[in-house]
Design a protein around this ligand. Sequence first.
Ligand SMILES: Nc1ncnc2c1ncn2[C@@H]1O[C@H](COP(=O)(O)OP(=O)(O)OP(=O)(O)O)[C@@H](O)[C@H]1O
Ligand SMILES: [Mg+2]
Length: 259
Amino acid sequence: MHSIAVTNQKGGVGKTTITAHLAVGLARRGHRVLAIDLDPQGYLTRHFGLKDELYRAERDNLALHLTNDTPGEVVDLAVETDEGVDLVPSNYDMRGVADALSNARNRERRLQNVFSSLSDDAYDYLVVDSPPNLGVLTDNAILASRRLLIPIQAEDSSLDALEMVLDEVEEIEVAFDIDIEILGIVPNLVPRDGVAKSTLETMRSTPGLEDLVLPYEIRKRADIKYAMRRGETLYAYNESSDMISVFDRLAEDVERSVN
Ligand SMILES: Nc1ncnc2c1ncn2[C@@H]1O[C@H](COP(=O)(O)OP(=O)(O)OP(=O)(O)O)[C@@H](O)[C@H]1O
Ligand SMILES: [Mg+2]
């Protein structure tokens, strides 16, 4: 079982979009995939058309598992989506998790503990969407996954944001004495203009980044936004979109890099 977190503290760069499409892309390659929505905003849950899950107070939920010292079985939280992947939805209780964990023991390892209740053959891939800040939830996503995809927008402000994520990753590696692998920095929302092109060229030739920034990009496409709004991925909304092959390539690259 391989776990991948999609993370960047910068908001709106495509974490949720990439998590959803990677999950479905991997499922379409024959893998059993569990997507986990670690963001209290719940956009991944909405992206799979499961908005109602966010309001279900009576149900056992991820927030309870993260704040409880003895988490239950994470498979009990998984719901089926229409797109061939299972999802652990977010929930409005997730808004209180960061505060509840602020002084808690092993607070950064809660998701890792939650995952440890999964038998190794339950899923082939766990794909985790993280919130837009460098807080305890993002630390949990990184520690539980140890493999990261970092979406960026091809603009100069992304470089500063990227530096912050990379610093955070390094700090976690040192603090917990673990190795974290960056599977790729994924350029997203790339418009067809010279500025974006030259920003990407700069990133791809920056020492330390050149091997990390993927050699292809996800372009800005209205259909990606429309699909999300309808609660489905592009795979369900418009399979003839030219971005389908890009998401497929991402899934294929992830598959290759974990094996
Ligand atoms: N390649 C794209 N083309 C067009 N729209 C996109 C693309 N990628 C993402 N979007 C849209 O941009 C918005 C932000 O994307 P998304 O929610 O995936 O980012 P995020 O990093 O998860 O945001 P947040 O930080 O709020 O969690 C969404 O409305 C999404 O549909
Ligand atoms: Mg998001």
